[in-house]
Design a protein around this ligand. Structure first.
Ligand code: PAF
Length: 281
């Protein structure tokens, strides 16, 4: 396994691989790796000749300076974990390797087709702009045959699919199921910031979402959404930001159960913002 920080050095490695016609699996991450990331990497290793993992805490997708500053950074531990699962290349650049100073402040032009106006997009203005800005740059560097994304970031995944189509990347996007802790809590690098009592509190998020799946036959999407909101709000120390039952393709609020739907939630547990989602049909 090699660790590279400059796009030029990465380019040289990618050219070598491409010249042999071998496939490249790519897992973009912001580091602080957990079992969810490792599941993506293992899948990439199984399905491709080479696996590249990027580790880059992308400043342009944070709309909260404290969240950016507190985001865990653990390059050496991450590298050891990646070595164990046979990753070939770690690309861990610094911000100045990726962005010219002006680019950080610039708004990236991208037609989201409305996918960015709801849920995360509504509460984290500019977030998806930053995500598309970095993921498109990384795709240009790595030229992956397949790229692996977790379904925990459901809206991000929908936007990455749209980006791949609109920008005509020759990359297959592989959607990977949410990996959960035994308690049901969706794995996230942010979970590290939870105290043990906050962790107990946070377990209510998936418990309520799973319970709501069982009620789907008896309620409309609006009624079920209201049920989830009420139950989350009744848990002391959880602060709901949003819960939406949305069409999985358009991400617009679902008014019936005819099309596939997903229930997406964002909740603060203390000052840690957690997201999760479940499918209803
Ligand atoms: O999901 C993430 O960790 C990030 O949004 C990504 C895709 C690595 C882009 O910075």
């Amino acid at each position: 396994m090699i660790r590279i920080s400059s796009p030029q050095a990465l380019d040289a490695e990618i050219k070598k691989i491409k010249s042999t016609g071998k496939s490249i699996g790519f897992v973009p991450t912001m580091g602080a790796l957990h079992a969810g990331h490792i599941a993506l990497v293992k899948r990439a290793v199984t399905e491709n000749d080479y696996t590249v993992v990027s580790i880059f805490v992308n400043p342009t997708q944070f709309n909260n300076a404290e969240d950016l500053e507190k985001y865990p950074r653990k390059l050496d531990t991450d590298s050891a974990m990646l070595q164990e699962v046979a990753c070939d290349i770690i690309f861990a650049p610094a911000a100045q390797d990726i962005y010219k100073t002006a680019e950080i402040a610039q708004t990236f032009e991208f037609d989201f087709g409305g996918l960015d106006k709801v849920m995360e997009g509504k509460f984290r203005p500019g977030h998806f702009n930053g995500v598309v800005q970095i993921v498109s740059k990384l795709f240009n560097y790595v030229q992956p045959t397949r790229a692996y994304f977790g379904e925990k970031d459901f809206q991000q995944l929908a936007i990455v699919h749209r980006m791949t189509e609109l920008m005509e990347f020759d990359t297959k996007i592989v959607d990977c199921s949410i990996v959960r802790e035994p308690s049901g809590l969706a794995m996230s690098s942010r979970n590290e910031r939870l105290s043990s009592s906050q962790r107990e509190t946070a377990n209510n998020i998936s418990r309520i979402l799973f319970d709501s799946q069982k009620l789907k036959e008896t309620m409309s999407p609006q009624e079920l959404a209201a049920w989830v909101v009420e139950h989350i709000q009744s848990v002391p120390n959880l602060k709901l930001e949003y819960f939406e039952i949305a069409d999985t393709k358009s991400l617009q609020t679902a008014s019936n159960w005819l099309e596939p739907t997903v229930g997406c939630i964002a909740v603060f547990c203390g000052n840690v913002r957690l997201i999760d989602n479940v499918r209803y049909n």
